[in-house]
Design a protein around this ligand. Structure first.
Ligand code: ZN
Length: 442
């Protein structure tokens, strides 16, 4: 039983004209209050029922929509340093001509600056948690901790040395050490993240699955992103990527497959049986012309993908409101059917689906006992009036600039244009350093 508001101990009462809970019944509460205590939601309900409570601090957001923080199911946050560096190119040319050569000069410091800039962007645009795969993930952890956000962090595993790790064994050592160090951290978790089937080996993938099982960590991999990946996997390994991963022990409920653009009907059946999770990245897939993931077919099977932006180099933003809108519109036009990928489906993807893709299912909803991770939209913004259907407004009408409040684990990170955890001026100064680094000719 939830405690009654009258005898509820809490640190803060947050009220708003509307609360979009994303709970089991997808309730939307009018003129309601959330009670926060110790980083968790202690209770939520009608504002009147909390009126007699004496002890708590109160924050009335007024004409606002309070909702769970959005969750980015797949990204590479330090890649903000490549935003706009090279666009409108074929994937191979983009990767090999621009991204990979610069990544060779990567340092821990640059990675942290890139991640910090990303954290500022995500905080500003209503994202409270994300799954990150990159190099120097300890530097990402430092930035996330400073920003007060939540993240599932994974050092990218490759078959070749990187500026961050000389070998696969070195990555394993790092993951083991991080798993111990972050074991009791409430906002940072660790995953095993082999990059792709084509940048690793059979042995490395098998060992990655073993490491994840041994340490009880989630596993996250890019899968079936492009036709090239499928063709080369069939040519070199004799199997399509999903079957190859299954053979090596990678498929299971705590595995997340980013992209899944090229899955066929049989593979979707297999995905459903495996209960592996999906991170869908529609804008990145569109920008790199990779293709369209079969999301309506997933939804028909009861598979709810998470929603991700991918890195800022291939999107070029980390704005999940833009991603939700693009997701719904892409699938409607591709299926020539306006009834697929509804606003509710897409909002579920960016909250509950992404929480599952982070193997952190308690996130993505506002319920008693759950984490106090929430954002608010300023309903005084003219583009959000009138309001018939909150899910529709969030997916189709909101740009992200309307976010006026952001909280993670009961701590306010952003309110009415001001960052409370980060120093915005300092982030901008550091962004200038990033720009100077990224534009240097190699
Ligand atoms: Zn990616």
């Amino acid at each position: 039983m939830n405690p009654t508001p009258r005898d509820l101990p809490c640190d803060l009462l947050i009220s708003a004209d509307l609360i979009l809970t994303q709970d089991e019944e997808r309730r939307v509460l009018e003129n309601a209050t959330v009670a926060v205590r110790g980083g968790q939601i202690a209770a939520l309900g009608p504002k009147d029922s909390f009126a007699d409570l004496q002890t708590a601090e109160r924050l009335d957001l007024g004409r606002a929509l309070l909702m769970p923080g959005l969750i980015n199911a797949h990204t590479h946050v330090p890649m903000t340093f490549f935003r706009g560096l090279a666009d409108d190119l074929p994937l191979e040319e983009w990767l090999k001509g621009y991204i990979f050569p610069r990544e060779q000069g990567l340092t821990a410091e640059i990675t942290e600056l890139g991640a910090l800039l990303a954290c500022a962007e995500m905080t500003r645009f209503g994202c409270t948690a994300f799954a990150d795969m990159y190099l120097f993930e300890d530097s990402v952890a430092a930035a996330v901790d400073r920003a007060g956000l939540r993240a599932l962090l994974g050092e990218a595993v490759f078959a070749f040395p990187t500026p961050a790790s000389a070998s696969f064994a070195a990555v394993c050592d790092k993951v083991r050490e991080q798993a111990i160090r972050f074991k009791n951290h409430s906002r940072l978790r660790v995953a095993v993240m082999p990059h792709t089937v084509y940048t690793t080996t059979r042995e490395i993938l098998r060992a990655s699955a073993d490491l994840a099982a041994e340490l009880d960590l989630p596993l996250h991999i890019h899968l079936a992103e492009t036709a090239y990946e499928v063709e080369s996997c069939v040519r070199e390994k004799g199997l399509r990527p999903l079957a190859y991963c299954r053979e090596l022990g990678l498929l299971g409920p705590s595995t997340t497959l980013a992209h899944c653009v090229m899955l066929n009907e049989d593979e979707l059946d297999e995905l459903e049986v495996s209960r592996a999770k999906v991170a869908h990245n529609p804008k990145s897939n569109m920008k790199l012309a990779s293709g369209v993931a079969p999301v309506p077919a997933m939804l028909r099977r009861g598979i709810l993908p998470g929603l991700g932006t991918d890195g800022a180099a291939s999107n070029n933003s980390l704005n999940l409101f833009a991603e939700m809108s693009a997701c719904a519109l892409l699938h409607k036009v591709f299926a020539a059917d306006p009834t697929v990928c509804t606003a509710k489906d897409v909002l579920d993807m960016a909250t509950i689906g992404s929480a599952a893709a982070l193997s952190w299912p308690e996130l993505g909803r506002l319920v008693p006992g759950g984490p106090a991770d929430m954002i608010a939209l300023d309903l005084k913004s003219p583009n959000l009036q009138p309001l018939f259907n909150p899910a529709s407004q969030v997916v189709y009408a909101t740009c992200g600039q309307e976010v006026c409040f952001s909280m993670v684990e009961g701590r306010i990170l952003y309110q009415d244009g001001a960052y409370l955890a980060l120093d915005h001026e300092e982030v901008l100064r550091e962004a200038d350093k990033l720009f100077a680094w990224a534009r240097k000719k190699l």
